[in-house]
Write a protein that binds this ligand. Structure first.
Ligand SMILES: [Zn+2]
Length: 185
């Protein structure tokens, strides 16, 4: 089996790595905290170095390194845009409930400032952006989704709020409208 995630005929996930110490992430957890793997060369992978950098920033600031974020980030290091890790595989590997996969990915973006990409087009799955194109493709999708949600909310507000509120002033509508215009610009 090639290193990575594989689904067996029975539907179970099987994972294989070149380095069992770091699971090809270049990152290990020692008694003294997270560190780079000395058993292989995976730490030379720029993505591994980027994640380790994020961990170092936390350490310098005396902030704890959350285990679930560490394990999630580690699992994503060997993933790529051509070979991303499916949410189902992450769920099985990290023993997470489905909604936690999405939530942990968001926390890695919010708290560790890492470019976690969730591709909804084939090949589907999670990976870290490793170049500008990958990042921009994700940014475009994210932006259009946010604008579309805001547009729906705005439309619903206009169509429903006056009746619900009993004809109150609609200054808020104008505010939302301005925000929307600016977001779309
Ligand atoms: Zn290793």
């Amino acid at each position: 089996l090639k290193p990575g995630a594989h689904r067996s005929n029975s539907g179970d996930w099987i994972f294989t790595w070149n380095c069992d110490t770091c699971r090809d992430s270049g990152l290990v957890k020692t008694l003294l905290g997270p560190n780079q793997c000395t058993a292989c060369q995976a730490f030379l992978n720029p993505t591994s170095a980027r994640v380790f950098g994020a961990i170092c920033v936390l350490t310098i600031k005396d902030k704890p390194v959350d285990d679930s974020l560490f394990n999630f980030a580690r699992a994503l290091v060997p993933a790529t845009s051509e070979n991303p890790l499916l949410g189902e595989a992450l769920k099985s590997l990290l023993v997470l409930p489905s909604r936690e996969v999405k939530r942990t990915a968001k926390r890695l973006r919010d708290e560790w400032h890492l470019p976690v990409i969730a591709s909804r087009e084939k090949p589907k799955g999670y990976f870290f952006a490793t170049n500008a194109e990958e990042f921009l493709a994700w940014m475009r999708t994210t932006r259009s989704q946010a604008i579309s949600e805001l547009a729906t909310a705005y439309q619903l507000f206009r169509d429903n709020f006056p009746e619900l509120a009993g004809q109150q002033p609609l200054d808020f509508v104008d505010t939302v409208s301005t925000e929307l215009q600016e977001a779309i610009r």
